[in-house]
Design a protein around this ligand. Structure first.
Ligand SMILES: [Zn+2]
Length: 88
């Protein structure tokens, strides 16, 4: 879980901010309850805390690597190009 900030917005309600994207600085935020925060502090995994399809793959990725979808695609494309160059 890659979190930059946790903000209490109401009784039992929290706003969780992802790490900023290393490419463009974009930050995503989700609203959760206190049980979620407790589970997260207990070392909960992203796959349990942010089940698909309630949370999209793109937002999950923000809370794993910090990368947003467009930048993630860019990085993946770069990795493929490197792999191609290694093979040739
Ligand atoms: Zn980005």
């Amino acid at each position: 879980m890659n979190i930059s900030k946790l903000e209490k917005i109401a009784e039992g309600k929290y706003k969780v901010y992802s790490a900023s994207c290393s490419e463009c600085g974009d930050i995503a935020a989700i609203e959760v309850d206190s049980k979620w925060v407790f589970d997260m502090h207990q070392g909960g995994r992203v796959s349990d805390l942010m089940p698909f399809p309630k949370y999209s793959m793109a937002i999950r990725e923000k809370f794993i690597s910090g990368l947003c979808e467009p930048c993630w695609n860019k990085v993946m494309m770069g990795a493929e190009l490197v792999a191609e160059n290694l093979n040739s």
